[in-house]
Design a protein around this ligand. Structure first.
Ligand code: SAH
Length: 235
């Protein structure tokens, strides 16, 4: 047996699993940071990394390890009803709980001894342990005529609207424009469980994004953000 130890921790606006895009490039405005840890946190380990525009991140679905896994899963792309083999899916419940995402590399910085790798959007909860980084190599990793099975194209985004109250909170924030665009792209993925689609949905949803609690209601083609409030402090 080999023991795997994290080489870094990711910092993202996603404070819980709910509403995280299901793949990394679906909310292109959102930026994130990877902070290396332990022996991996040296300038030497990222030498010449900046030559590459994209990286593969390998990580642990750490919030699901306790839950175990099953040989078949119901992918949201199939409406959450049909079963496929776990290895024919990107399910987060896997025998070794390992995930992988191809992400944009924006910059590599050394901040007082801390290696900080600035990245584009990822599909990861804030704090997810990263277990490896590899450069994305287009001549081999990009296969333009590959067939994507039941996930052959990106899901259709829905429209996102903001109430006057939500707009006011965004406008007051120094990164308000970025955050509005980020929230639009994230919620346009319709984070609700697949089985909610095609039915009336009276529920008000709430999700922790950035340091905000964002509430919204949804129909099949529109999400309406009702309120944006500071997250309650947990300590
Ligand atoms: N691109 C990766 C992950 C796809 S699944 C892969 O294909 O392997 C993406 C989902 O993982 C997110 O929508 C979120 O619900 C879930 N997720 C993100 N971080 C997680 C974590 N630390 N533990 C468990 N689940 C996580």
């Amino acid at each position: 047996m080999h023991t795997i130890s994290p080489i870094g921790t990711i910092r993202t606006p996603y404070k819980e699993k709910f509403a995280i895009p299901r793949q990394p490039n679906l909310a292109p405005t959102v930026t994130t940071e990877l902070h290396l840890v332990g022996e991996a946190n040296t300038e030497a380990s990222v030498r010449e990394l900046k030559q590459f525009s994209h990286l593969w991140l390998l990580f642990l679905f750490d919030q699901n390890i306790e839950s175990g896994w099953k040989p078949t899963v119901r992918p949201p792309r199939l409406g959450g009803n049909e079963r496929v083999g776990v290895f024919a899916s990107r399910s987060t419940f896997r025998p070794n709980a390992i995930g992988m995402s191809a992400v944009e590399l924006i910059d590599v910085e050394l901040q007082q001894g801390q290696v900080v790798i600035k990245l584009g959007n990822v599909d990861l909860v804030d704090g997810t342990p990263i277990i490896d980084i590899k450069p994305y190599i287009p001549y081999s990793d990009s296969i333009p005529d590959a067939i994507g099975g039941y996930a052959d194209s990106a899901p259709n985004p829905v429209d996102v609207h903001f109430s006057a109250a939500a707009e006011a909170v965004l406008q007051q924030h120094q990164d308000g424009r970025y955050r509005k665009q980020a929230l639009s792209e994230i919620l346009a993925q319709d984070p609700r469980p697949a089985y909610k689609k095609g039915k009336p949905d009276p529920k008000t949803y709430a999700v922790s994004l950035f340091e905000w609690n964002v509430s919204f209601i949804a129909t099949d083609n529109c999400i309406a953000v009702q309120n944006i409030a500071p997250l309650a402090q947990s300590d």
